[in-house]
Design a protein around this ligand. Structure first.
Ligand code: NAG
Ligand code: NAG
Ligand code: NAG
Ligand code: NAG
Ligand code: NAG
Ligand code: NAG
Ligand code: NAG
Length: 425
C-alpha cells in the first residue's frame, strides 16, 4: 500500500483535512469502511487515527487531482519490468517478444507522467489492486488487444498471486480466472466488433467479409456482464476489415466489400454504430451496477507500408509528446469519445457509472512497443508477419493497468468523498 505520500499535499487541502478529521474519529471510522473488509480494522491498528488521517488525505487530495491523467509523456523507468517471460506464464505466444529474439529492451523501461502533475502516474501496485478488487469481478470485452491487456494484468498480479482456472466454458475466448485469496475474478469476452457478427467462411481468408448487425448487441457478452463489477470494453482493428452492414436485419451497405449493388459505407459509420449499440446494451441492462470503462483505441504503428505491404515498426523508443496521431486514429478516437459522452448522459440519468480510460494518446506515443517480427519464429507462416498491432509483454500495454488502477482508486475515493460531504452538510 502506498499510503505515505502526504508531504506533497498543499496547505489549503491540509486545512480541509484538519476540519474533516476534527469532526470526530467516530464519524470518520464508519466512512472508511469501503476501504477495509473488517469493521474492526482500525481498532486493531496501533495508531488508528493516523491511518485514518492518511486515508482521508488521500481522498481529499484526489478531489484536487481532477486534471487529466491521460495527457502527458513517457519518462524513463529503470525499475521496469516487473515480470519476465520466465516468471509469468500468461504471456500469449505471439506477444512473447523476448522469446523470439527481440534484441533491445529499452522499450520496457518507461512510465507515464501526466502534464501538470508533480508526480508520475504511480506504477501498478499489485497488492493495492488486489485489496481494492477483493470479492469483485472484472470483464475484458474485445479482441486480441483486449486479451493482450488482460494478460498484462495477470502478469503484473503474478508478483502476488496466480489465478486458478474457474472457467465453465471450455473455450479460450470465454474463460474465468479466479484469485482465490482475494475472491477476485477476471473474465475475457471475445467480441471482435462488440455487435453481433458472423465470421466469413473459413478458408476464404483472402476475400473474407464479415456480416455485422450494427443495431444488435453481441449477446455472448451482453447476456453475461450484468453481474460484473467492472467491465472494460474496447474495439478497433477488426473494423478495418471488409464487412457487410446490417440494420434491422437488412443490408444497408458495406465497408470495402466490393459486392455489386451494395452502397459503400466508411468503417467510421460501422464503428460509431457498434459503440452506440454496445453502450445501449449496458444502459439497458437491468442488473448491471458496476463501472463500465471504455478503453479507447490502441493504434497500430506500421511504417513504410500497410500491414500486408511490408509495413513495419522498428523504433526503439517512444515518440516525443508533440507527435500528431494519424488521421484514422484521430477519427476513431473522436467517434468513440462522442458516443461515450452521448451514452454517459443517459448513464448519469440512470445512475450507471461510465468512465473513460482514454489511453489512445499514451499508446500512440509508443511505436516501439509492438512485436514486429519478434512475435513468431522467423520461418512461421503468420498473417501479421510484422505485428505492429499487439504489444510485447512486458511492454507499454502494462501501463494501461497503471491507468486502470488510478481510475479504480478514484472511483473508490469519489465514493468516500461523497459520504464525507454528506456528513459535513
Ligand atoms: C524467455 O526469454 C528468453 C530471452 O530473454 C528466451 O531465451 C526464453 O526462451 C524465453 N522463455 C520462455 C518460456 O518463453
Ligand atoms: C466471492 O465473490 C462473489 C462475487 O464476486 C460472491 O458472490 C461470493 O459470495 C464471494 N465468495 C466468498 C467466499 O466471499
Ligand atoms: C462459450 O460461450 C460462448 C458465448 O456465450 C458460446 O457461444 C459457446 O458456445 C460456449 N462454448 C462452450 C464450449 O460452452
Ligand atoms: C424493421 O423491419 C420490419 C420488418 O421488415 C419493419 O416492420 C420495421 O418497420 C423496420 N423498423 C425500422 C426501424 O426500420
Ligand atoms: C444491380 O442493379 C441493376 C439495376 O437495378 C440490375 O440491373 C443488376 O442486375 C443488379 N446487379 C446485380 C448483380 O444484382
Ligand atoms: C517534436 O519536438 C522535437 C523536439 O522539440 C522536434 O525535434 C520534432 O521535430 C517535433 N516533432 C513534431 C512532429 O512536431
Ligand atoms: C501460408 O498459409 C496460407 C494460408 O494458411 C497458405 O495458403 C500458404 O500456402 C502458406 N504459405 C506457406 C509458405 O506455407
Amino acid at each position: 500500500m502506498e499510503l505515505l505520500h502526504s508531504a506533497a499535499i498543499p496547505s489549503k487541502q491540509k486545512l480541509l483535512i484538519v476540519v474533516t478529521i476534527s469532526i470526530s474519529l467516530f464519524t470518520i471510522i464508519p466512512l472508511l469502511y469501503p476501504f477495509v473488509e473488517d469493521p474492526n480494522f482500525f481498532f486493531k491498528q496501533q495508531h488508528p487515527s493516523q491511518t485514518s488521517i492518511v486515508k482521508l488525505q488521500d481522498s481529499v487530495a484526489a478531489t484536487h487531482k481532477s486534471w487529466d491523467i491521460f495527457s502527458g509523456e513517457w519518462v524513463p523507468n529503470p525499475e521496469a519490468p516487473y515480470y519476465t517471460n520466465t516468471t509469468c506464464w500468461a504471456i500469449h505466444e505471439h506477444q512473447n517478444c523476448m522469446r523470439f529474439g527481440r534484441p533491445d529492451t529499452d522499450f520496457i523501461k518507461w512510465k507515464w507522467k501526466p502534464h501538470g502533475c508533480e508526480d508520475d502516474l504511480p506504477v501498478f501496485d499489485p497488492l493495492r489492486f488486489l485489496e481494492t478488487v477483493r470479492g469483485k469481478t472484472m470483464a475484458f470485452v474485445g479482441d486480441s488487444v483486449s486479451r493482450n491487456h488482460m494478460q498484462s494484468l495477470i502478469c503484473l498480479l503474478s508478483q502476488v498471486e496466480y489465478p486458478v482456472d474457474a472457467s465453465v466454458n471450455t473455450s479460450d475466448y470465454f474463460k474465468r480466472w479466479t484469485y482465490e485469496t482475494y475472491n477476485f475474478t477476471i473474465a475475457p469476452f471475445w467480441s471482435t466488433h462488440l455487435v453481433k457478427s458472423t465470421e466469413p467462411e473459413p478458408g476464404k481468408t483472402e476475400h473474407s467479409v464479415f456480416d455485422l448487425y450494427l443495431d444488435e448487441a453481441d449477446e455472448r457478452w451482453t447476456a453475461e456482464i450484468g453481474d460484473f463489477d467492472y467491465v472494460i470494453i474496447s474495439s478497433g482493428h477488426w473494423h478495418y476489415r471488409p464487412s457487410v452492414y446490417y440494420e434491422n436485419n437488412t443490408i444497408i451497405g458495406c465497408h470495402y466489400c466490393q459486392l455489386p449493388n451494395i452502397s459503400d459505407f466508411s468503417m467510421f459509420y460501422g464503428y460509431r454504430k457498434a459503440f452506440r449499440t454496445a453502450f445501449k446494451a449496458i444502459l439497458d441492462s437491468e442488473t448491471f451496477e458496476g463501472v463500465m470503462y471504455l478503453r479507447t483505441f490502441a493504434p497500430s504503428h506500421f511504417e513504410g507500408g500497410l500491414w500486408n505491404e511490408g509495413g513495419n515498426c522498428l523504433r526503439k523508443g517512444p515518440y516525443q509528446r508533440n507527435e500528431t496521431q494519424d488521421d484514422v486514429t484521430m477519427k476513431l478516437h473522436k467517434i468513440q469519445v462522442e458516443e461515450f459522452e452521448r451514452a454517459k448522459v443517459e448513464a448519469k440519468r440512470k445512475g450507471k457509472r461510465f468512465r473513460l480510460l482514454d489511453t489512445t494518446q499514451a499508446m500512440w506515443l509508443r511505436p516501439d512497443g509492438h512485436p514486429s517480427r519478434y512475435g513468431h519464429l522467423p520461418e512461421a507462416n503468420v498473417s501479421l508477419y510484422n505485428d505492429c498491432v499487439h504489444w510485447c509483454l512486458p511492454g507499454p500495454i502494462d501501463n494501461l493497468n497503471d491507468f486502470l488502477l488510478a481510475m479504480i482508486k478514484r472511483e473508490e475515493e469519489k465514493g468516500l468523498l461523497a459520504q464525507v460531504r454528506k456528513m459535513m452538510s
